[in-house]
Design a protein around this ligand. Structure first.
Ligand code: FMN
Length: 354
C-alpha cells in the first residue's frame, strides 16, 4: 500500500511535469474581471506595500505556495527548493498530502525538510478528506502538524478526483462532521481547500459553520485533476477511468465565480487558487475579496530546477501585482479590497438557477 501510494505520487508529479493538465474549455474567468484604471495615482511605485497578515502571520506578498509535494523520494529536493524560495520571499506554503509521511520516517523527511529550510514562514499541513472518514485520528493530525511545525492544518476536498483516480477512495459521508470534530481538537487553525473544482456558497457556509478558519476555493481554470487522472488511468490501462477523466476534464466552478460566491456567503478569510498565473490575477483576486492567492502547477517545473528559478518566477509575479496596484492607485493590500471593478462576458452571464 505504501509503495502504491509513493508510486501514485511519482506518477502525479511526472504527469504534471510532462503533460498538458490544465483546463481546456473552462477558464478561471479572470478575463471577465476588469479593474478600473487610475490615471492619477497619488503615490510612488516604490512605496507600494504588498505585505499582508493572514491568520496572524505576516506575508511580504499575498501569495501561498499551494499544496503539491511530499511522499516520494523525488519530492525531497522539490520541497527543499520551494521552502527556500518561500523563506527568501517571506510568503507561505502548504505541503502536499502527508498520508505517506505518517507511515514512513524516510518519507516524513520529504515534508519535514520544508520547516528545516523555512523556519519563519507560515506553513500548513495537508491531508485528504476521504482519510478523515476512514478513521484518521486527532493523534495522526497532530503527528502531521509536528512533522513540519505547522501553523495550520489543511484538509483537501477532492471527491471528483477520488472517483476518476485509479485506486481512489470516493468516501465522503460524514466528512463535514469529522472536519467539525477536528476543529475542536487541534491547536492550530483549520483551512479547507478544493484541488481545482471550486467551492460553492453552500459548501462554504457548511465549512464556516463547522468552525473552519479559512477556505481555499481552488476553482476551475487551472490544473485539472480529471486530466491528471485521465493520463494516469490511460497508462495503467483503465479505460473506464481514462474516459471519465476526459469527460470531466473541464468540470468545476470557475475560480472567479467560486471566489465571488464564497466571499458573499462567509466572513472567514478566503484564499483564491486554481489557475492563478500572473500578478494581475492576484490583484483581481484581492479586489474580489481574497486574502491570499495560491499557486501550484506553475511552480512545479522551476522547483525541479532550483530555489532561484522559483524566486525569479515569483518576483515577476509580485512585480506584476505591484504594477496593477499602482495602476489602480492602491498603496497597500487593504486598499485593494475597497476597489470597484467591472464584470463582463461569461462572468456577467453566469447565473445559478435556484
Ligand atoms: C503536482 C501537484 C500535486 C498536488 N498535490 C496536492 C495535495 O497533495 N494536496 C492538495 O490539497 N492539493 C494538491 N494539489 C492541488 C493544488 O494545491 C491546487 O489546488 C491546484 O493544483 C490548483 O492550482 P493551480 O492551477 O495553480 O495548479 C496538487 C497540485 C499539483 C500541481
Amino acid at each position: 500500500m505504501d509503495e502504491e501510494l509513493t508510486k501514485r505520487k511519482v506518477d502525479h508529479v511526472d504527469i504534471c511535469l510532462g503533460k498538458d493538465v490544465e483546463a481546456k474549455t473552462v477558464t478561471t474567468l479572470f478575463e471577465c474581471v476588469h479593474l478600473i484604471h487610475n490615471a492619477l495615482p497619488d503615490l510612488n511605485f516604490d512605496s507600494i506595500d504588498t505585505s499582508t497578515i493572514f491568520l496572524n502571520h505576516k506575508f511580504s506578498a499575498p501569495i501561498l505556495i499551494d499544496a503539491m509535494i511530499g511522499g516520494s523520494p523525488i519530492s525531497l529536493k522539490i520541497n527543499e527548493n520551494l521552502a527556500l524560495a518561500a523563506e527568501e520571499l517571506k510568503i507561505g506554503m502548504v505541503v502536499g498530502s502527508q498520508r505517506a509521511g505518517l507511515s514512513s520516517s524516510s518519507l516524513a523527511e520529504t515534508y519535514s525538510i520544508v520547516r528545516k529550510k523555512a523556519p519563519d514562514i507560515f506553513l500548513a499541513s495537508n491531508i485528504g478528506a476521504s482519510q478523515l472518514v476512514k478513521g484518521f485520528s486527532k493523534e495522526e493530525a497532530k503527528k502531521c502538524i509536528d512533522m513540519i511545525g505547522a501553523d495550520a492544518f489543511v484538509v483537501h476536498l477532492n471527491p471528483l478526483q477520488e472517483v476518476v483516480q485509479v485506486g481512489g477512495d470516493p468516501q465522503y459521508e460524514g466528512v463535514i462532521n469529522k472536519i467539525h470534530e477536528l476543529t475542536t481538537q487541534l491547536d492550530v487553525p483549520m483551512i479547507v481547500k478544493e484541488v481545482g473544482f471550486g467551492i460553492s456558497k453552500e459548501v462554504a457556509i457548511k465549512l464556516e459553520m463547522a468552525g473552519v478558519s479559512a477556505i481555499n476555493i481552488s476553482g476551475a481554470g487551472g490544473t485539472s485533476w480529471s486530466a491528471v487522472e485521465h493520463y494516469r488511468a490511460l497508462a495503467l490501462g483503465d479505460k473506464k477511468r481514462s474516459n471519465l477523466g476526459q469527460l470531466f476534464w473541464d468540470w468545476g466552478i470557475p475560480t472567479v465565480v467560486s471566489l465571488i460566491e464564497t466571499k458573499k456567503a462567509v466572513k472567514i478569510p478566503i484564499i483564491a487558487s486554481g489557475g492563478i498565473r500572473t500578478g494581475l490575477d492576484i490583484a483581481k483576486s484581492l479586489v474580489l475579496g481574497a486574502n491570499l492567492a495560491g499557486m501550484a502547477l506553475p511552480l512545479l517545473k522551476p522547483a525541479t530546477v532550483s530555489k532561484d528559478a522559483i524566486v525569479s518566477l515569483l518576483q515577476k509575479v509580485i512585480y506584476e501585482l505591484k504594477t496593477a496596484m499602482f495602476a489602480v492607485g492602491c498603496r497597500n493590500v487593504q486598499a485593494m479590497k475597497r476597489e470597484r471593478y467591472v464584470i463582463t462576458g461569461k462572468l456577467a452571464e453566469w447565473k445559478i438557477v435556484e
